[in-house]
Design a binder for this molecule. Sequence first.
Ligand SMILES: [Zn+2]
Length: 387
Amino acid sequence: MNHFDITQAQPKVWSILSRSFSNKRTASTYLFHGREGLGQWPLAISFAALLNCLKPVKAEETGLIFPCGKCRPCRSIYALNFEGLHFALPISSHKNSDEMIDLTNELLEQKRQEPFKLFLSAQAVTIPIAMAREIKRTLTRKAPKGIRRVVLFYRMEKMKASSADALLKLIEEPPGDTVIILTADRPEALLPTIQSRAQKIRFDRVPEAVAAGYLMSNCGVKENRARLVVRICEGNVGQALEMVSSDEEDDGSSRAVGQLLFRSLFTEPKPEVVALITELIKDRDRGAAESLLGLWQSLIRDCAYYADTGDGDDLVNIDFAEELKRLARFFEKSRLAAAMTDNIKKALADLQVNVHIHISLVALVLKLRSHMPAAEQDRKIAGCERY
Ligand SMILES: [Zn+2]
């Protein structure tokens, strides 16, 4: 996918950005909000390129403007080494500034390879205040001539409120030659003063054809599977990438797959859940099936606990906390948790004696679905589709 196409992940967003640029009404601070993986990163980078492109290109049919992708500023922006492009990223804990720089460079390298890639929550703990201060210092100097600086605060909700407070002035009034882009899952996760200063732009699910096309061309996934995965991931390309890379069997991504499959039990039509589980587990061994079911047991416990107490601090699966809170409503006032846990226990016992892993799991999925009210079984459950 080239730089023109990547903006198709969020056609509405690009239309807003492109028009504000054409009308010379670019905001000084933007807040891109929506779940990570919907294209906030590539859109921010493309916008930075547009602001600095020497030969922007106009699409005749729509009148929208795109960066050329070829001039020197475009190339260095897409390579993430443009002198006017600055990043504040959530990183894991570190001992000193050298380590902070190394961790940042690692993440930038990942994003260079794959702009939709999610930051794993274990890596992305907090945006350090030192990083923010460094950016503040840089911005006190004038931008080199002809450069429109862009500062991307990625996943701003990962910055401590006290640190964010120190940035208020900068965010309220960035220097005239600078555009600030904040991203966050939800705007309410940020200080009200920050929210009110920024132009908010919402990121919705990526159109299915675009997302599936991306998986097909970038990961060599076949069309049927690509479409299925995109649907299960609710049009989130970052999550879809995690899911298709799970074939490589590393722990982090099979965990992500297990979580998404769990969600799909509640949100997707039955045939699709069965198709997905078939696709994903046909080559897996017994051990992988058992750890999938172990994960589901733990997710069920979390849902039931949250439904019961409303306490999100003690959830075990904190990397899936937001989804668990949404799913918890299925577990209110019912024996759903107990029934599901029973089914899983039986399936685990089955796996010990049964050679047909795939059949056992499909049978389990059907049983788990049977606990839901009939009317809800084969259609999407309202309100559970997205945040
Ligand atoms: Zn260009």
